[in-house]
Design a protein around this ligand. Structure first.
Ligand code: NAD
Length: 252
């Protein structure tokens, strides 16, 4: 099937480089006919995304820890593209100290930062998003199964993902009347910049691979294809849900 996103304008937040899950989502949605708009975190990261998306008109700076930055980015997107049909939020951060050993290593500041960037930001983006989203529209975020089980080293990020998944349900409840569906994709382990912050990430990737149903890790392309489906009208009955795209790792 092709062209399920023909005529749709989708904002993708969180492409750091070609390994990013957000890039897998963007490419899959583009293949289905969508026009993709991007935000990047800061000038340093702009260098990398510019190599993937050379046309400046599709690129907007947005640091999700700043309400001003989010508002400015959405204002610019509205001025340049008008209303849009969906947003993919593929953003997370925690300091290395929060991602290893005992959960007691967590600090007040590190915890607050991880929850701010990785959970609250989805709510902050939704607040601005509703102003420029069409009816129907779709909001998608990325989560991991460390949200509901105590996985080694995932620690504070697991807590942030639990909050994020809860947000998905509350947002789905409150935005349904505006025709906006809200879902999360719970992706399997994929080697990206974000994963390299987790202590023992090579081991995590190996264990994850051995726990898939076929011994092959999920790819960003497979996650991207699910994103394209969830973004499309084919998924009109799905909201408030967490969809696993992990080759069955969550079955263990
Ligand atoms: P990535 O490093 O490619 O992407 C993370 C992105 O978050 C980067 O683009 C970074 O710039 C952005 N970001 C961090 N702080 C930000 C800020 N203050 N403002 C704006 N952007 C900010 O890594 P990824 O693995 O593709 O991560 C994307 C999402 O997928 C994350 O939510 C991650 O938790 C989730 N996820 C990843 C895996 C995996 O194994 N890689 C599995 C499940 C879920």
């Amino acid at each position: 099937m092709s062209g399920i996103l023909e005529g749709k304008k989708i904002l993708v937040m969180g492409v750091a480089n070609s390994r990013s899950i957000a890039w897998g989502c963007a490419q899959a949605m583009e293949e289905q006919g969508a026009e993709i708009i991007y935000t990047y975190q800061n000038e340093r990261l702009k260098k990398y995304i510019s190599k993937l998306v050379p046309d400046e008109k599709y690129l907007f700076e947005c640091d999700v820890t700043s309400d001003t930055s989010i508002t400015e980015a959405f204002d610019k997107i509205k001025n340049n593209f008008g209303k849009i049909n969906g947003i993919v939020h593929a953003i997370a951060f925690a300091k290395k100290e929060e991602l290893g050993g005992s959960i007691l290593n967590s600090t007040r500041q590190g915890y607050a930062q991880a929850l701010d960037v990785s959970s609250y930001s989805f709510l902050a983006v939704a607040k601005e998003g509703v102003k420029i989203l069409n009816d129907p529209a779709s909001l998608i975020t990325l989560t991991y199964m460390g949200s509901d089980r105590a996985l080694p080293n995932y620690n504070t990020m697991g807590i942030a993902k639990a909050a994020l998944e809860s947000e998905v349900r509350y947002l789905a409840r409150d935005l349904g009347k505006d025709g906006i569906r809200v879902n999360a994709i719970s992706a399997g382990a994929i080697k990206t910049l974000a994963v390299s912050g987790i202590k023992g990430h090579s081991e995590l990737l190996k264990i994850s691979q051995s726990e898939t149903v076929d011994g092959v890790n999920v790819t960003k392309e497979e996650v991207g294809n699910t994103c394209a489906f969830l973004m499309s009208n084919l998924a009109s009955g799905i909201t408030g849900d967490i969809i696993f795209v992990d080759k069955g790792v969550h079955l263990r």
